[in-house]
Design a protein around this ligand. Sequence first.
Ligand code: ADP
Ligand code: ADP
Ligand code: MG
Length: 657
Amino acid sequence: MFSKILIANRGEIAVRIIKTCRRMGIKTVVVYSEADADSMAVEMADETVFIGGAPASESYLVADKIIAAVRETGAEAIHPGFGFLSESAAFARRCAEEKIVFIGPNPHAIEAMGDKIESKKFAARANVSVVPGHVGEIDDTAHAIRISEEIGYPVMIKASAGGGGKGIRVAWNQKDVEEGFPAVRAEAKSSFGDDRIFIEKFIESPRHVEIQVLGDKHGNVVHLFERECSIQRRNQKVIEEAPSPLLDEATRKAMGDQAVALARAVNYDSAGTVEFVAGQDRSFFFLEMNTRLQVEHPVTELITGVDLVEQMIRSAYGEALPFRQEDLKINGWAMESRIYAEDPYRGFLPSIGRLVRYSPPREGEVAGGIVRNDAGVREGDEISMFYDPMISKLSTWAETRDGAIDVMGRALEDFHIEGLGQNIPFLAAVMDQPRFRSGKISTNYIKDEFPEGFQGLPPTNGQRDLMNAVALAMHRALLARAAPDQLRSDWIVISGHDEQAVNVAAIDGGLTIKGEGRTLRLEDIHWRPGQPVFRGNLDGRDFTVAVKPAAEGFVIRCRATTLHVLVLSPRSAELHRKLPPKKAADTSKMVLSPMPGLVVSIDVAEGQSVRSGEIVAVLEAMKMQNILRAERDGVVKAVSVKSGDSVAADEVLVEFA
Ligand code: ADP
Ligand code: ADP
Ligand code: MG
């Protein structure tokens, strides 16, 4: 076996690879950029090599620097992780020339599958079902319209070199093609330096189901079943699971056979993923093959017990696969939630900064299942604007799909992050939605369920009880410190428009709360004044909620639900009812930059009248363009920046009169 491997990546995937190497007794070298000097991967590696500036183009993407680091450290092989150089056939070939083992497929396979047009032609020849469409380049808009009419609307316009959800557009009619074709072409040119475009049928209400394949250098190829990744935002995966609730045994076998046939056709000799788009009727069509380890590989590991990184390393070393297809079985169900640095309450705006608090759930066996958290960060680390905004990947396993969802819901409750926007409440919302639980999902799920964006979910009765109980316990603890003479048993709890009269009594380590004709028991309380997380057990169920004192009362978040809860004596409640309702807070007259970034455009001018919702500016950060919209109607008084400027977080961009 190799004695030393260099990891040409960063973040959680570098940490993930180090863990397997350690278990296999292989030493690791991690290369790092300026932005990652204090990272967890650097701390964990046996050796590290600095390779340059924070932008990937100055470090992680520079083949010469990676090769030099291999020479310097005497590593025998390179694991590229995903992204960066992982799907570069040129890099894989260069490694071969330099007699360094590339832990991934052979360059021919990368090349054959790296291009969407070429891979579709290949797939069609291997008898894999491909999306109906025009598998070839399209010259101009007139040609695009002709092809779209032949295929029949709706169609999808795609960049052949596209990836990561970029360079894709749906067209429902001729006008969409007229607009979309040049737009996709321009994006393809600027993002991938390759403006070849093709068009295929857009499968409506589709599901994304993909097959994990694994091959060796002895001609063996197996598949490790499917993953469903239909919960996507802007064609980017957010929640993945394995197996897929859509497939039956026959479809699973047909899809697996096609994936293996395609992999065999390119002599595939590592871990890879064959992606399909599937109809609700279980028809399925080949999308693309990703010739690398996939972000969502943990769910496959959880249901098969196979360590995919270990198998990639063994195959690259020349070992034969240790199992045959018939040895592989699906065991239970796994879910993965991608925890992203983005604010779901503000249109999923990327949010970068310091992880002032980072407290993940406990990993390993828990009641009903297993929790796994793949992360590359620690408390105090920074999520920078230079790389992918993923903070961690939280995965769970249980015997059944319901069980895996339950364990995920609980694990998300136990995940506490402060200092930047994060999507945990959003992920919790999906876990709590009956439609997700029913398994009737599609890639439109997020658009269907949150058409106006995400504002959290309304509380269920149980959640309101829970948050009221938490408020009572916190209020009581604070009062016991500050004014013990005011402790009493009868209180009025106000949350939103709901008002309840309750009677509270202390029990060992908790409270009983009588009201509305029933008694709740809040026990096992873990909270002290000042702490942002409250743990306890309500009527036999463990829970965790996020808590914050407000000017009056508390703001409590339970999963996807946030409530402002007030605890008042009956006399204060009387007075409270007489208060005029508060006016909504005055929104600021400034449009501030939500994060450090580059101004792409300022779309308003001084003196211009702007209506709420209109685009004010476009900012580029975290590899994405972010549209900033006016939050209210107004007249622009001043514009303080211009396109091309770099701006800091909270810098004033535009001011309204
Ligand atoms: P796909 O959407 O094609 O199935 P994945 O969801 O596995 O692919 O990942 C999307 C892309 O995001 C990857 O190809 C990679 O370019 C990028 N990416 C995600 N996480 C990272 C990371 N930690 N480092 C580098 N690139 C990443
Ligand atoms: P990328 O390289 O960016 O991952 P893909 O071709 O894999 O690009 O497409 C990304 C996502 O777009 C898919 O997961 C799927 O949700 C959607 N998609 C792609 N092609 C189609 C299609 N023909 N019909 C419907 N949805 C599609
Ligand atoms: Mg894809």
